[in-house]
Write a protein that binds this ligand. Structure first.
Ligand code: PXG
Length: 298
């Protein structure tokens, strides 16, 4: 892998030339926000949705992003182009910036903005065919009045604790519940179950990240005439579902075949999960903001 080119506070520079202060509050306190975005086939998927979600997270944290949404969208495209990528995983990070050794964000006048364009493989390829085994986590997602899961912040310790549990339980991914015992999401992905041909996913009010893949899947499934409901459900409902799958920018659409040792449905990827995955992968390749004005060489 050659040197990656990174957007860093307004210019695209070599990875080695990115210097972030030890006093950056993103590092000291996890004070900042991010987006994980993908480019497929020379197009950035759902770019304006990701930019909007970033600005919504920033608003809640009173973090002033020093660019307009349009400027930031162009910076994402410029970074992918600078790295000559067709398919990419893009990480856009805005931290509170350099301050002093105190929590107060008012002492951080200049947010740090970074865009990385690289690749990601969240789960091994074979799991997309065979499906994931899940386990339910003892770690609860924080309630909206503790740390709102709708804010995509740099504090991922809640998910990281669950990931540690995943490796100890010998499964690739965990399912988290909220404090009411409702299933909410995975460590970095949203969850759907299928029951009698109906897709069910937890509502935003359960305390989830409003996933952009989740929204795309809901729209695609409805376009195929499938019923999709946003409804709370429990582990019992998950164990007894006909099918289950997870969605996320990194995870894409991946079937799940068991949870806590209970087979879900037939214990193999179900027909709706498979067709939603196929629909999504086609859609992702065709949609999105073009990175290269002349797409003919692709
Ligand atoms: N829930 C959570 C908690 C997430 O972090 C999603 C759902 C899915 O949202 P999108 O918009 O991507 O469909 C996420 C996104 C990783 C990784 O390495 C995961 C995410 C972002 C970046 C990296 O697992 N999660």
């Amino acid at each position: 892998m050659g040197t990656r080119l990174i957007f860093f506070n307004g210019s695209v520079v070599a990875e080695e030339d990115v210097h972030i202060s030890p006093f950056d509050h993103g590092f000291l306190y996890g004070d900042g926000i991010f987006e994980g975005i993908r480019a497929y086939n020379g197009r950035v998927f759902k770019l304006s949705e990701h930019i909007s979600r970033l600005f919504a997270s920033a608003k809640s944290l009173l973090l002033k992003i020093p660019y307009s949404p349009e400027e930031l969208a162009s910076a994402v495209i410029e970074t992918v182009r600078a790295n000559a990528l067709k398919d990419a995983y893009i990480r856009l990070v805005v931290s509170r910036g350099e301050g002093d050794l105190g929590l107060d964000p008012l002492h951080c006048p200049n947010p740090t903005v970074i865009i990385i364009a690289d690749s990601i493989q969240l789960f091994p390829e074979s799991l997309y065919e065979s499906g994931l085994a899940l386990a339910s986590s003892a770690i609860r997602r924080p309630a909206g009045d503790v740390l709102n899961p709708q804010i995509k912040s740099l504090n991922y310790l809640n998910s990281i604790l669950a990931k540690i549990e995943a490796s100890q339980r010998g499964v690739p991914e965990m399912v988290l519940l909220n404090q009411l015992g409702h299933v909410v999401e995975g460590t970095g992905d949203n969850i759907f179950i299928v029951r009698e041909q109906v897709l069910i996913t937890p509502p935003l009010s359960a305390g989830i990240l409003p996933g952009i893949t989740r929204a795309a899947v809901m729209e695609l499934a409805r376009g195929e005439g499938l019923e999709v409901r946003e409804e709370n459900f429990t582990l019992h409902d998950l164990y007894n579902a006909d099918e289950c799958f997870l969605t996320g920018t990194a995870a894409e659409v991946i079937p799940a075949i068991s949870c806590d040792g209970r087979a879900i449905g037939m214990g193999k990827p179900g027909p709706i999960a498979k067709s939603v995955r196929t629909l999504f992968m086609h859609y992702a390749r065709e949609q999105g903001a073009p990175v290269y004005s002349n797409l003919s060489w692709l």
